[in-house]
Design a protein around this ligand. Structure first.
Ligand SMILES: [Fe+2]
Length: 507
């Protein structure tokens, strides 16, 4: 089934010079590696046997890392991780926390090479648009609210983040010298938890844990890394991320899209290391495919492109990393921008674009007057021109313009950018937001990339209405009615509005 109505939080990050979680260099690397191995129960040789569906973490079999996702307006997908395979993953649920009288089960308990976990996916159907309570195995009771149904014109907000990243010891650390994030301030994950009453759901189109950067950016290309070292570092960072987000993703739907850091274990390779240091489970988006359960028809591409409705809004998630129609290339496939070797996921080369065109052509704007597109790499952003995803201008822009997409949310660059309504290869359609005829683009890759924020590139092109790279941020979308939509870049540190604009549009 498809998804529904809610407030959405989307986080986009991009970073450059904040606190580095790990100092580079082989000496530090070895120290860290040694500590991690002790932490994660190495064998007599000092290696962790992740392996390949091994018994990593025996005795810790409680369900963790809960991720909810909308399924229409009366259902919810409940995904969770366990240390062992579950014969029949099970979720109990109901409207009364002390009487969970319904039970849903699933045959889906899967893993991938190198993972310490099994990913379990259960879909609950027939839920009410009131708070629903649920329990996995014998764990704590949580609650969720299903999406507002399409056509429900009740005002709501959503949160959007991109490039969120792992926080703390294995990711973005506070810095005493940073005005953007010091130890007295909240990071974006903490902020999303604190403000959970302010939005219906969270969306993140790409770049989650940044676990792949460990080898590329910390080894300096000189360390004598082994595959075991790599798996250890990757998994510790990755597990930390999924543990952290569970604080909000266990109570709010978390609708995701794919980014370049989901592609493989090393983000294309660095120094002496190429993608061949990655075990198969850490190539070809294998982890991303296993961990999430987005709406769709059950095909392999479901987590890569799909759509869902929440109240007065239709959302379409698109994929800049693979599956662009010839002669263009997704960013992570052979021939693409990043020199990676990942594979397309669609049944045929035009599968993604055909889906998006058919999806947008069938939107009932009386029910869902607003249309928001969510994807990873931007083609309009206050970054260096070399960082722009130029195929997007040929592949996606004409479709979004033709079908009257109102707002496009992206990240990848660790900065904030708000454009004016823009179309036709960078032509500003108008310099205000009243009755725009072209999409407005927002880049918010400033959610929490592990090494900080990126530079903004000046002079700004004339389509840039606002840009900033001094604060960590999430985006808050507020749908007031069929004619007024407010986008705000929110400062994660204090929840103050950094920049706000209201699009006024008669649909
Ligand atoms: Fe990215």
């Amino acid at each position: 089934m498809t998804s529904s109505l809610f407030s959405v939080a989307v986080v986009l990050f991009a970073g450059s010079a904040a606190a580095a979680p790990f100092a580079g260099g082989s000496a530090n690397l070895e120290t860290r590696g040694s500590n991690w191995m002790n932490q994660w129960h190495p064998d007599a040789k000092g290696y962790v046997d992740y392996g390949f569906n091994s018994t990593f973490g025996i005795g810790w079999d409680n369900a963790t890392q809960i991720r909810l996702a909308y399924r229409g307006c009366d259902g919810m997908s409940v995904s969770f991780s366990t240390n062992n395979r579950q014969d029949t993953p099970q979720v109990r649920y109901g409207l009364n926390s002390s009487n969970l009288k319904y039970t849903e089960t699933s045959p889906v308990s899967i893993t991938y090479a190198s993972s310490p976990k099994y990913e379990n996916h259960v879909v609950l159907e027939g839920s009410s648009p009131t708070p629903n309570y649920y329990q996995i195995c014998d764990g704590p009771v949580h609650s969720f609210t299903t999406a507002r149904c399409a056509g429900d014109m009740t005002p709501y907000s959503a949160a959007v983040v991109v490039d969120l990243g792992t926080m703390g010891q294995y990711g973005l650390l506070p810095s005493a010298s940073s005005s953007a994030y010091n130890s007295s301030q909240m990071n974006t994950i903490q902020r999303l938890v604190a403000q959970a009453d302010d939005y219906d759901f969270v969306a993140q189109p790409g770049d989650f844990a940044y676990a792949d950067y460990w080898v590329k950016e910390q080894s300096g290309g000189t360390s004598n890394l082994t595959i075991q070292d790599q798996m250890l570092a990757y998994n510790i960072i990755n597990e930390a991320f999924f543990d952290e987000i569970s604080a909000f993703s266990s109570q709010k739907a978390f609708m995701v899209g794919v980014g370049n850091h989901e592609a493989n274990c090393i983000n294309g390779g660095s120094g002496a290391y190429g993608e061949d240091i990655c075990v198969p489970g850490l190539t070809n988006f294998t982890q991303y495919k296993a961990r999430w359960n987005m709406p769709g028809d059950g095909s392999a591409s479901n987590n890569f492109w799909y759509s869902f409705d929440v109240g007065m809004t239709h959302y379409v998630v698109f994929n800049t990393e693979t599956d662009l129609p010839p002669p263009y290339y997704g960013g992570d496939v052979i021939g693409g921008h990043d020199g990676m070797f990942e594979a397309n996921v669609g049944a045929y080369p035009n599968a993604q674009i055909d889906f998006i065109v058919n999806d947008l052509a069938s939107v009932d704007r009386k029910k869902t007057p607003w249309v928001v597109a969510l994807g990873h790499r931007p083609w309009y952003s206050a970054t260096a021109p070399a960082n722009l995803f130029t195929p997007g201008i040929s592949v996606f822009e004409p479709v979004f313009t033709k079908y009257n997409v109102d707002l496009v949310m992206q990240g990848h660059n660790h900065i904030l950018t708000r454009t004016f309504p823009v179309w036709k290869n960078g032509t500003v359609q108008q310099y205000n937001y009243t009755e725009p005829q072209a999409p407005v683009y927002m880049v918010n890759g400033a959610a929490g990339h592990w090494s900080g924020l990126d530079p903004v590139y000046t002079p700004f092109p004339d389509w840039v209405g606002f840009a900033n790279n001094t604060m960590y941020s999430y985006s808050k979308l507020t749908f007031h009615n069929s004619t007024h939509l407010t986008h705000a870049f929110m400062n994660s540190a204090n929840n103050a509005v950094i920049d706000e604009v209201t699009i006024v549009k008669t649909h």
